[in-house]
Design a protein around this ligand. Structure first.
Ligand code: ATP
Ligand SMILES: Nc1ccn([C@H]2C[C@H](O)[C@@H](COP(=O)(O)O)O2)c(=O)n1
Ligand code: MG
Length: 254
């Protein structure tokens, strides 16, 4: 449908249409991806994806709150860190490089991480995604927009004092190679230098919700829950309605 409308007038704002068409094409390809083809299901998913990014320093409680949102609102939880750790465990071609990068507290090249996220999105029957620990850098953000072709609907930032994050990570006890003081210090430096600009980017675009990530898990969830409850109340095709309205205005003006 979008391609047909776009062909009506070449004078319609070209960047707007290019952006919209690119997003649609990528989502079409995502929704008719390899997983569905393998299953013999070729029909595209009917629903527009709803994407939430979860940002915050190491140990700020992103993963903990994601579990609660999955239970309460039925989202699919895609943790970038978990996907990367799975690659290490599976001894894939990128496994050794990912392991070294994580041990160093650095960020894995965006192309690798975005491809893993894309694959999970294709495999999922869900259309509501919590993308946890991503984008960690501007390069991550741009790469997601280019490869997946959609922007997040909501971005949550878990704002937590450094001392608390360090305490939580050192007590986590999940056997992670990066849960040691030396790597945590590096991760905190990377967070300040590379992740804060992403957080500012979404803040400037009015998409950011800052969560005061201190207190009990339940207290923090009481800040998170209303954000999702509000979006549950909005029909999922609202964003598409907005695009259609904007396009009609542009056509009227041309
Ligand atoms: N509100 C809280 N109070 C105390 N401990 C918490 C709280 N929330 C989470 N934790 C604990 O802190 C640790 C880190 O939490 P979590 O793994 O959710 O953080 P994260 O933001 O996902 O970190 P990372 O980016 O390193 O994956 C876990 O052991 C978790 O059980
Ligand atoms: N977008 C991402 C997410 C994670 N990583 C690497 C580097 C992180 O320190 C590590 C663990 O992630 P977490 O479980 O804390 O979210 O994984 C990355 O390179 N890029
Ligand atoms: Mg986590």
């Amino acid at each position: 449908m979008w391609r047909r409308v776009a062909s009506l007038s070449s004078s319609i704002s070209s960047s707007f249409l290019a952006q919209t068409a690119s997003r649609l094409n990528t989502w079409e390809s995502l929704t008719t991806g390899i997983a569905q083809q393998a299953k013999g299901v070729i029909a595209p998913k009917e629903k527009t994806p709803f994407i939430t990014f979860f940002l915050g320093g190491p140990g700020s409680g992103k993963g903990t709150q994601c579990i609660k949102i999955v239970e309460t609102f039925g989202f699919a939880h895609l943790s970038a860190g978990d996907l990367l750790r799975r690659e290490i465990a599976s001894k894939s071609a990128d496994g050794a490089m990912i392991l070294n990068t994580i041990k160093e507290g650095k960020i894995v090249p965006s192309q690798v991480t975005v491809k893993l996220i894309q694959k999970e999105m294709e495999l999922s029957d869900n259309h509501k995604f919590l993308i946890d620990g991503f984008p960690r850098t501007e390069e991550n953000r741009v790469s997601f927009e280019r490869i997946i072709g959609v922007e997040p609907n909501v971005v949550l930032f878990f704002d937590c004092p450094e001392e608390e994050m360090v305490k939580r990570v050192l007590n986590r006890n999940e056997g992670r190679v990066d849960d040691n003081l030396e790597t945590i210090k590096k991760r905190l430096t990377v967070f300040q230098a590379l992740s804060l600009p992403v957080i500012n980017y979404y803040s400037e675009r009015g998409k950011l919700y800052t969560i005061k990530a201190i207190g009990t898990e339940d207290e923090i969830f009481e800040q998170v829950r209303p954000i999702f409850a509000a979006f549950e109340a909005i029909p999922l095709n609202t964003r598409w309605n907005w695009y259609i309205s904007a396009l009609v205005v542009v056509i009227d003006m041309s």
